[in-house]
Design a protein around this ligand. Structure first.
Ligand code: HEC
Length: 199
């Protein structure tokens, strides 16, 4: 046998051996299939694979809906959703109007409220008149309201004004209210206030 022919026959034999290795039988699985082929869900994406909620037309989101009544850690549900009067009477502002708190309140007011209420609270925000003009925050009515009563408006909204509960935390609301008191005082300064600022 010539050398080349010998090499060829080795090649043919090895190819035959390799061909014999393919099998139509499913391969053996040594690890439980659930571990190997674990179903995966994309977070926040609707998926019909793992959970099926019959009342959801898009099947299901990856994360499960929280059980009814679930609240986040450190979250206190608002106790007076339908009782502005009780909120005004029972809620107390836990924040002292220190310089730091007032400065924080100013930043928050200018961020969340000024768009409608204006930087001075007079109701001339830059969205007005595309959005109906809100009343001044320096009215006798709001000036005489307790902090809790104003807290209620920010938390629940009032007529055209939407709730800001999801944008500003409770502490931020109290800081804003302290700053609203500054705006009220600036709108109706006493003689002593004017003298203090040299006017
Ligand atoms: C989208 C515009 C808008 C924003 C933003 C907004 N408000 Fe208002 N607000 C209004 C309107 C309009 C009214 C008047 C509602 C009504 O007719 O009772 C109002 C009413 C109020 C009142 C009651 C005034 C009264 O005389 O009854 C208070 C207090 C108040 N807002 C505070 C705030 C504070 C504080 C913020 C920021 C956290 C804020 N608002 C953000 C539009 C807004």
């Amino acid at each position: 046998m010539k050398c080349a022919t010998f090499k060829n026959s080795i090649l043919i034999t090895s190819l035959l051996v390799m061909a014999a290795c393919t099998s139509s039988k499913p391969p053996l699985e040594y690890i439980g299939p659930n571990m190997v082929k674990g179903p995966s869900l994309k977070a926040q994406r609707a998926d019909c694979y793992m959970f099926k909620d019959s009342n959801d037309p898009h099947c299901i989101r990856g994360p499960r809906m929280p059980v009814e009544g679930t609240i986040p850690t450190n979250f206190e549900p608002y106790p007076y959703p339908n009782d502005a009067e009780a909120a005004g009477r029972l809620l107390k502002n836990p924040l002292r109007p220190t310089k730091a708190i007032l400065e924080r309140g100013q930043i928050l007011f200018d961020t969340y409220c000024a768009v409608c209420h204006g930087n001075t609270g007079d109701g001339n925000g830059y969205i007005v008149p595309k959005f109906p003009q809100p009343p001044t925050l320096a009215s006798d009515k709001v000036t005489n309201w307790t902090d809790g009563r104003i807290f209620h408006v920010i938390t629940m909204g009032q007529n055209l004004m939407p709730s800001y509960a999801s944008q500003v935390t409770a502490d931020e609301r109290w800081a804003i209210i302290n700053y609203v008191r500054v705006l009220q005082r600036a709108a109706h300064p006493s003689a002593a206030d004017l003298k203090a600022v040299g006017k």
